[in-house]
Design a protein around this ligand. Structure first.
Ligand SMILES: NC(=O)c1ccc[n+]([C@@H]2O[C@H](COP(=O)([O-])OP(=O)(O)OC[C@H]3O[C@@H](n4cnc5c(N)ncnc54)[C@H](O)[C@@H]3O)[C@@H](O)[C@H]2O)c1
Length: 268
């Protein structure tokens, strides 16, 4: 590692968006502290990074657990420049809010919001002491747009974006920036294209995504890379949608018969 290499922590850094973030930051010269609950996947991603000439240390464990947070902090070699709180999941899911249970709400809280507080709380003092650091959280477009089947997931991710804003205001004068991304429609292990398409004809992506395709993990990692970098030195407190334009369209769809746009259900 060169003397100037950044130290970057990525949670859920093995697969999906997190995997692409780990690879991107390592390719830029960062030492990546990669936390993941899936030991095999973490070993594969770490091996790929090292084969490409990068540096990676894995910390295996559920980031919701205090003991995992402590091991991540212990793996940090005296400074931390970038923290990417990437872990999040819409599961456990229920058919409706009426069917959901307090145990499910608790796990959604832990997976989407609680660990963001825990790891940020553990690493922020080091960033403040250094007078520099960039925190990038992973929220979702559903923090800003309703998702009828997942109101609890949506609520906790709105919490991630609110936390991002407020913490940014509080720590800016210490040289620490806090931002987030809000993904939609990422082709990952959690939401593979085949699952997202569920009965929709291939070739109709342009009817619901303005950029006419699903997102690939690198699309999201690129924005995280920007937010973590000095190019974003005057950007803090924001959640940047990375969604191919779905939030801008906000419920407007190209008609399947290509006869203009609709915001109403219609028969093709
Ligand atoms: N996939 C999408 O379309 C989409 C949309 C909006 C928001 N997001 C958000 O983006 C983030 C990444 O999503 P993804 O689709 O890449 O997820 P994914 O499930 O494909 O990958 C998540 C990674 O995190 C790891 N992980 C899961 N739980 C963990 C835990 N408790 N502790 C440590 N590691 C854990 C997994 O092993 C995996 O490597 C999440 O916060 C998700 O809510 C994704």
């Amino acid at each position: 590692m060169s003397e100037n290499a950044r130290v970057s922590v990525v949670t859920g850094g093995a697969l999906g968006i997190g995997g692409a973030i780990s690879r991107r930051l390592a390719a830029g010269g960062d030492l990546v502290i990669l936390n993941d609950i899936d030991a095999d996947a973490a070993a594969r991603t770490s091996a790929g990074i090292e084969a490409a000439g990068g540096r990676c240390v894995t910390v295996i464990g559920d980031i919701v657990e205090d003991e995992t947070v402590e091991r991540v902090v212990a793996a940090v070699p005296g400074r931390v420049d970038v923290l990417v709180n990437n872990v999040g999941d819409f599961r456990p899911a229920a058919p409706s809010f009426q069917d959901s249970t307090p145990d499910q709400w608790q796990r959604l809280y832990e997976l989407n919001l609680l660990h963001v507080f825990k790891l940020t709380h553990a690493l922020l003092p080091m960033m403040i002491e250094q007078r520099s650091g960039s925190i990038v959280n992973n929220s979702t477009v559903e923090a800003f747009r309703g998702i009828p089947g997942h109101p609890v997931y949506s609520a906790f991710n709105a919490g991630v974006s609110a936390f991002t804003r407020s913490l940014a205001v509080a720590v800016g004068r210490h040289g620490v920036r806090v931002n987030a991304i809000a993904p939609d429609l990422a082709n990952t292990e959690q939401t593979p294209v085949e699952w997202m398409r569920r009965g929709y004809d291939e070739g109709l992506e342009h009817t619901w995504v303005p950029l006419a395709r699903f997102g690939e993990p690198d699309d999201y990692a690129a924005v995280v890379g920007f937010l973590a970098s000095d190019d974003a030195r005057f950007v803090t407190g924001h959640t940047i949608p990375v969604d191919g334009g779905t939030l801008a369209a906000s419920g407007w769809f190209v008609r399947a018969d290509d006869q203009g746009w609709t915001n109403r259900p219609h028969r093709a």
